[in-house]
Design a protein around this ligand. Structure first.
Ligand SMILES: *Cc1c(COP(=O)(O)O)cnc(C)c1O
Length: 372
């Protein structure tokens, strides 16, 4: 006798092992002005040209978009000097990560990522029925030798966020190259360069150079951060032709919508807006980091548009308590307990007013502690 059939539809076991992604909250529920600094969004918003292109696309909503997103791929190719046939666009780079999982991972395969890596890698791996292999990140820094040491015959993918969210640390180009050269040829290296535009380090490379010369490496990028277009969900990847060809097979035929394509093309053309956003971050990232350190909280060096605030450096301070305290003052930060960092909060670099509000609230929190 076989076991009785379930009385209702059952998802695959692998799916039920996934802890759903919890986004940074939009408000802290306090009244008054809210400063949402929980999702690494661009405080300057998108290029006005991108907004206009998006609105203009509304006059043609009955037509399916170009399934290949050709205009957008051409604009990306022109901007970065890439071969248009080696580009693919997605409904956010999250979608491209999912496509990679579908196309390359089977039950029993392993995917490697680091301890504090972006949560999507785990979700993508589990969704494919594959096994996440998590490598420690000493000092919140990727350790290439630890990653290489975790490779087995079953390893299919290594996910590397560079820079990483939420740690804000980056892996120098020479180390990424060493990682690639140490990996077997059948392992796909996925370099997630969501924050590449913000990085101002001579020894950093987004992945373009590596992908250009290899058949085993893919780089993903996003319009959600530097371009301030998180709402329209737009990402892209640069990969070897054979990888692109595989991803097209699992891609929804019209996965990127027409207003998003139009806005993306316009955003790429507005180089001045990108520069303004980079300059804003260049000024405020060190400034906010310095001021928060002055209050007494640890702030690890970051190369992204966000920082971690370490509450373990102040006796009696607690990240969850501070989160509530800041929230009551309209400052919405991101808990990173789910990233194995329960003593920290992540803060997106905001506009001047938002940054000042966080610094004032952290100062008040600290004063409340010493008075206790
Ligand atoms: C924000 C972010 C992304 C971008 O995701 P989208 O789906 O393109 O909005 C990808 N990777 C990391 C590490 C991120 O922080």
């Amino acid at each position: 006798m076989s076991a009785p059939l379930p009385t209702r539809p059952q998802p695959r076991d692998a799916i039920m092992r996934i802890a759903p992604y919890v986004p940074g909250r939009a408000t802290a529920g306090s009244t008054g002005k809210q400063y949402k600094l929980s999702a690494n969004e661009n405080p300057l918003g998108p290029s006005p040209a991108a907004r206009e292109a998006f609105i203009a696309a509304a006059s043609n909503l009955e037509a399916y978009p170009d399934g290949g997103a050709s205009l957008l791929r051409e604009a990306i190719a022109a901007t970065y000097g890439l071969n248009v046939d080696r580009l693919i666009c997605g409904n956010g780079s999250d979608e491209i990560l999912s496509m990679i999982g579908h196309a390359f991972l089977s039950e029993g395969d392993e995917a490697i990522f680091t301890e504090h890596a972006f949560l999507m890698y785990r979700i993508v791996t589990l969704a494919a029925g594959a096994t996440p292999v998590v490598v420690p990140e000493p000092g919140m820094q990727c350790d290439i030798d630890l990653i290489l040491g975790a490779v087995t015959e079953r390893t299919k993918i290594v996910f590397l966020a560079n820079p990483n969210n939420p740690t804000g640390s980056y892996t120098p180009a020479s180390e990424v190259k060493r990682l690639r050269e140490g990996l077997p040829g059948h392992v796909l290296l996925v370099i997630d360069a969501a924050y590449a535009e913000y990085v101002r380090k001579n020894d950093y490379e987004s992945g373009i150079e590596l992908v250009a010369t290899r058949n085993d490496t893919i780089m993903t990028r996003t319009f959600s951060k530097i371009h301030g277009l998180a709402a329209i969900r737009l990402g892209w990847a640069y990969a070897p032709a054979a990888v692109i060809e595989a991803l097209h097979r699992v891609r929804g035929p019209f996965n990127v919508n027409a207003p998003a394509i139009a806005a993306g093309v316009a955003a790429l053309a507005d180089r001045a807006h990108v520069e303004t956003a980079v300059d804003h971050n260049q000024y405020w990232l060190p400034e906010v980091s310095r001021r928060i350190r002055e209050i007494g909280f640890g702030v690890p060096d970051s190369v992204g548009n966000f920082i971690l605030i370490d509450f373990s450096t102040v006796p009696g301070a607690d990240a969850a308590e501070a989160d509530a305290f800041l929230g009551a003052r309209g400052c919405v930060l991101r808990s990173v307990a789910g990233y194995g960092l329960p003593h920290m909060l992540r803060m997106t670099i905001g506009d001047e007013e938002a940054n000042a509000a966080v610094i004032a609230a952290l100062t008040a929190y600290r004063e409340g502690l010493s008075g206790a």
